[in-house]
Design a protein around this ligand. Structure first.
Ligand code: PMV
Length: 325
């Protein structure tokens, strides 16, 4: 039997309306819908090779063999693919990133989107965008948003079958830029899978979830009409609500570092002074500073001057996950 192999590239995404908490942890069905954009020049490239001669599945990330929980999560996706394809061979998965992993730059989103596409293709499946999105979701919820291109909404759905992401506007619709102020590259202590399990222990989670459809509508509308002021307001509100939940769960999760707060305060001051800019933060200390493309260079140099900012990564709106031929 010949080797079955495929390589895929996927971008991470930054959520404007956040996903935090599952109603089904195993299937990763979220308690609320979410909205994001893909980040164009950050990516994960993953090659999957199924080979009946391999004794076991293996995973290499950035040149190093990975074991434990990371490998187990990958095997779960490979098993789903094998089941669907009627394939029994074990797989070698080789993955690399061009950005720091585990520090709030959604490395797992890019990783599981690239894995869903490369593994299903290598196994001979030709999945639709929806099916790929559902498969990626099983590895990491937010990964379902890295399958379609541009500005992407994940509908929570009523069941496993209709919880997937779709594009609400292509990448070229609105040239936004994410200036990622990196204040720490240390791997985070509490990963998001564990964090989702704590969300319900916060007395603020019900309020956050109950108001999520309203914020989702406001954000979708702001994107479709390219209304930056409305966008900034709802994006910061949504981020602050998620971090309020994190900080009030048991145990409490505080992802911020001093540099995180310094950037948040600077961005608020710049916007008050008239600049089109806003912030959002995932489950990590780094701050995603969003602005129109024509302001990005200025924002980048101002961010680099803030004490605690190690470097600033720049990303525009990215396309869908794709195969590398
Ligand atoms: O997909 P996960 O399990 O890594 O969770 C992502 C959680 C946040 O990044 C904090 C929010 C989001 O919607 O991306």
């Amino acid at each position: 039997m010949p080797n079955l192999t495929a390589t895929a590239i996927a971008h991470p995404n930054i959520a404007f309306i956040k996903y935090w908490g599952n109603r089904d942890d195993a299937l990763r069905l979220p308690v609320n819908g979410s909205l994001s954009m893909n980040l164009d020049n950050l990516y994960t490239r993953t090659r999957v090779t199924f080979n009946p001669d391999l004794p076991a599945d293996s995973l290499t990330i950035n040149g190093k063999a990975a074991r434990g929980p990371a490998l187990i999560r990958v095997i779960e996706i490979l098993d789903l693919v094998r089941q669907q394809a009627g394939q029994t061979g074990r797989a070698a998965v080789v993955s690399s990133n061009n950005f720091p992993i585990g520090a709030g730059i959604a490395s797992s989103a890019a990783a599981f989107a690239a894995l869903a596409l490369s593994a299903s293709t290598a196994a001979g499946l030709e999945l639709s965008e929806q099916d790929l999105s559902r498969l990626a979701r099983r590895g990491s919820g937010s990964a379902c948003r890295s399958i379609p291109g541009g500005f992407v909404e994940w509908q929570m759905g009523d069941s496993e079958a209709d919880s997937f992401a779709f594009s609400i506007a292509p990448a070229a619709h609105w040239p936004l830029v994410d200036c990622v102020a990196v204040v720490s590259q240390v791997h985070k202590v509490t990963g998001s899978s564990e964090g989702h399990g704590l969300a319900a222990s916060s007395p603020l989670q019900n309020a956050r979830v109950g108001d999520a459809p309203r914020r989702l509508n406001l954000c979708r509308q702001a994107i479709l009409t390219k209304d930056f002021a409305a966008f900034a307001e709802v994006v910061e509100l949504d981020c602050n609500m998620m971090h309020a939940v994190m900080q009030t769960s048991s145990p409490a999760l505080l992802y911020w570092q001093p540099g995180t707060l310094a950037v948040m305060q600077a961005v608020t001051a710049w916007r008050t002074a008239g600049q089109t800019v806003c912030y959002t933060i995932d489950a990590g200390p780094n701050v995603h500073v969003l602005c129109p493309a024509d302001a990005a260079q200025q924002v980048q140099s101002k961010l680099a001057e803030i004490a605690g900012v190690e470097k600033v990564l720049i990303a525009g709106v990215g396309g869908p996950a794709r195969l590398e031929i």
